[in-house]
Design a protein around this ligand. Sequence first.
Ligand code: SF4
Length: 241
Amino acid sequence: MLRDGEATAPIQFETPNGAVQTVGGQGPLGTRLRFPQVSADLRHRYCSGYLKIDVMAALIRAQPRFLQQRTLIVTGERADESHARAAYATFEPHRTDTRGSPRRLRHVDHWRPVHHLHERDVWAMMRRHGIVPGPAYRLGWSRLSCLACIFGGPDQWASLRAIAPAWFERIAGYEDRFGCTIQRHCGIRALADRGRPYPAAVTQPDLARRALCSSWAEPVRIASGNWQLPAGAFGHSRGPS
Ligand code: SF4
């Protein structure tokens, strides 16, 4: 986003032996200085590609260990989430697949096992297996990957401002600097003014603090009988189309 007469930044990933490998960073010079656009089109909503999709593809393409192998990529999009996601295939060759190649053969499939499920089915499955919902869901967010998603509505921005005011102001500062807000009709300060922080976010400051740390050492599985539906379940926070 801050690219200013520069190449797209390189991608770093961890390899099985713990080393960090770097690829890319030598592309043509260019300037963005704009937020990803609030759009279903991934060319304009470039955050999804640059933060997730392209990173996964780059690390597979860069490592010979995926050659002459069969690899399965598993992701969690659901048809219910949007029209765009409803059109996704449940099973298809991954974008890195080269199964027909005589020289660099890489068999990579992409499976979306929860594509047909409703939200209630996912929570029921997590309860059955005692999978602890991520802390963001327990704080009231109902749709993620990113805490400060560009699709955020008033309550989501108000919640970010409540638990991470410096983070919020940094993003608002980029709106000022770019002269262009994330959502065209108003900036995130005005959006947050119209919203109300999620009660679960403001009443659990310790969980909010731990959720904002860069590491997480708490159990991810518990006894199914102790499982609780998180505050963000069946909520209205918005996410990618
Ligand atoms: S969660 Fe939102 S901000 Fe994050 S990559 Fe997806 S669309 Fe972009």
